[in-house]
Design a protein. Sequence first.
Length: 240
Amino acid sequence: MINKNINKSINSYLNSDYTKFKNYERIHFIINEISKKISKDKNYSFLDIGCSKGEFIFLLKEKFSNINFTGIEYSSDLIKLAKDEVFLNDVNFIKGDARNFNLNQKFDFVLMSGVLSIFDDIKTPINRMFKHLNSDGVGYIFGAFNKDDIDVLVRYKNNFVKSEDWESGWNLFSLNTVKKVLKNESKKIEILNFKIQNKLFKKSDPVSSYTLDIKSSKEKIILTGGGIVRDFYLIKFVKK
């Protein structure tokens, strides 16, 4: 059976704690960018699409007391963990699919981190972002994208977790493709390349990414257990 859209390999999220999540470089990278748009004398609304168990919301909530948070997550297991976290008891966590949820509410900020690579068609989830953004609201998409103008669809079977399903989650859409989807409803698009500094060690679960040093460069490359090189970017856009 081919599982075309939903990645079931969520072990790393189920078994990690909120403190451990603080050490992720990509999280600091995204939070630093979002922080530039937040004034402490104004209240904001924030939607995290594919929020896992609320790790990202947890860290932003520690930093800002003037944001009202909502999280959308497909996994019932992750939603339960989010709702069980005392520090997040005032966050509205909702089980939903990034492609078709409808909250009848608009937000100042909408984040989608590590989600687009699950889907074969990125137009629908991106349209969900626009539908839930206020005018002049800011959207953030973080993930692995192809700097060359080629879209790549990937399937893998994770034998480590004894899965029989062919899963998605490593798709690589080109930055140009994403910009084409965004341009009609955006008045500004900015793309920032995320460069990891610390070494990521290979774990027993091959779905987890790890780094390799390049002798001729100070940069590190990020690989998956499937041997796929992934370049990560934060794509920021402002809705018209």
